[in-house]
Structures are given as structure tokens and as C-alpha cells.
Design a binder for this molecule. Structure first.
Ligand code: C5J
Length: 232
């Protein structure tokens, strides 16, 4: 058992089941000019601030042999997994599937859809490609977690109130114990980030816990991964 000092109260990591770090959508489409985030009118530079903190978390989890799972939001080149409603939403000048400066907007395999180089996954690490906001919708994430006996998820990435919160709520409803890392998640709207953190931990942690990266890393010092938990 390891204890992470968190809000609304301590988050306990068992040694009998596994934990994973889940980094949501740190892809060029959301962090660099010319991608989907910018096409929707957002100031994408705000999201860059969390990159060093995410790198610290990624390195620490790798060092402990705890699975680091990343997600990317993207659609098949034929857009067969993109509801027309999603494509039309926002009435942006560049829509999903249109050619942009980093290739086709929010399409799998395009340069803009790749994870930023600072957080590049290792070949043996899992990247879940998701067509929706939540990482459980139309993906094999739940199968993967169940197969590897993972019950606890440490969540981070972007954007806090959209894909991160949706994933955390999906996970919570499926029985996962989730903690959101406060300084390793960001939004284009600072007030939405703060509201999400407050929502998550309200009512005794109705969606889960929040803690800083330092608190997570301090708690992990006393934790040892169960030997059977590795995700490839
Ligand atoms: C958005 C995401 N904001 N990753 N996606 O459309 O949060």
C-alpha cells in the first residue's frame, strides 16, 4: 500500500492490483498552431506549460515500471468514425479531415495527430487511438486495463474539462479509482480547469481525487508495482 496525499482525502494505492499513468491527448493537434485546437479559435500556447511536469511524471512511472498509457484523439482517413455533428460543430474554417499546415486535421497518422516529441511514447508503450472525447468510447482501453488487472488510474493531459474529464467520468463509472494530477493537466480556459478540479473532488470525491505531481511522486516512493502488471 502507498499513500498519496490528495484532495478530498488520501488516495491509497494497493499493491495487489495495478496502477497506470494515463496521459490524454498531448498531440500536436491541440498544442501547436495549425491544428484542431487552433482551428477552433483557441490559444494553444497555454497548454505547453504542463509539458515539463508531464515529462517528470512519465520518467518516474517508467522508472518504477508502471504502465504509461497515452491517448490520441483522431479519426480514420475516411472519417467513417467521425459523426457529421462533430465535424460541423463550431463552424470552424478548418474542419476535421481538411488539409491543414500539419496534415489533415485530427486524422490518425497525420503529422498533427502525433504526440508531441517531448512526450513521445516508447515503442513498447500503449497509445490508445480514440474517436471521441472519452478514452473508453469505441476503444480497447477497458479490455487492456482488465487484462492487466489495473484498478487505479493517474490521469493527466489535455484538455481538463473535455477529454480528461470525460475519460475520468467514464473510468469512474466503470469502477476505476482515479486521481487527476492538478499541475499536469491544462485547459484553453483557466476557469474551466479550476471548475473541473473542484467538480471532481466535490461531495467526497464524487469523480475521484486530485493531487499535485509532487504529491503523486512522493507517494509513489513507497509503492512497488505488482510483478505481473506490464502493458505492452
Ligand atoms: C478537445 C480534448 N478539446 N483532447 N479534445 O476537443 O480535450
Amino acid at each position: 500500500m502507498a499513500v498519496i496525499s490528495a484532495q478530498p482525502y488520501d488516495y491509497l494505492l494497493p499493491t495487489s492490483t495495478g496502477v497506470a499513468l494515463v496521459i490524454i491527448d498531448m498531440q500536436r493537434d491541440f498544442l501547436e498552431p495549425g491544428g484542431f485546437g487552433a482551428a477552433l479559435g483557441n490559444d494553444v500556447t497555454r497548454l505547453q506549460a504542463i509539458v515539463p511536469t508531464l515529462q517528470r511524471l512519465q520518467a518516474a512511472f517508467r522508472h518504477l515500471h508502471v504502465p504509461v498509457i497515452q491517448t490520441v484523439e483522431g479519426h480514420r482517413p475516411d472519417l467513417s468514425d467521425c459523426p457529421p455533428a462533430k465535424r460541423q460543430r463550431g463552424n470552424a474554417p478548418l474542419k476535421i479531415g481538411d488539409p491543414g499546415p500539419m496534415g489533415r486535421i485530427l486524422v490518425l497518422g497525420e503529422p498533427g495527430n502525433s504526440i508531441i516529441p517531448e512526450l513521445a511514447p516508447r515503442p513498447e508503450e500503449t497509445v490508445v487511438e480514440k474517436p471521441g472525447k472519452g478514452a473508453f468510447y469505441n476503444t480497447n482501453l477497458e479490455f487492456l486495463l482488465k487484462t492487466h488487472n489495473i484498478s487505479h488510474l493517474i490521469l493527466a493531459g489535455v484538455t481538463t474539462e473535455v477529454c480528461v474529464q470525460t475519460t475520468m467520468r467514464e473510468a469512474n463509472d466503470r469502477g476505476y479509482e482515479c486521481l487527476l494530477v492538478e499541475d499536469a493537466t491544462e485547459s484553453y480556459f483557466p476557469e474551466f480547469k479550476q471548475a473541473t478540479l473542484a467538480m471532481v473532488r466535490a461531495q467526497g470525491g464524487i469523480v475521484g481525487w486530485t493531487a499535485t505531481a509532487d504529491q503523486v511522486l512522493a507517494g509513489l516512493q513507497t509503492w512497488h508495482a505488482p510483478p505481473q502488471v506490464t502493458v505492452h
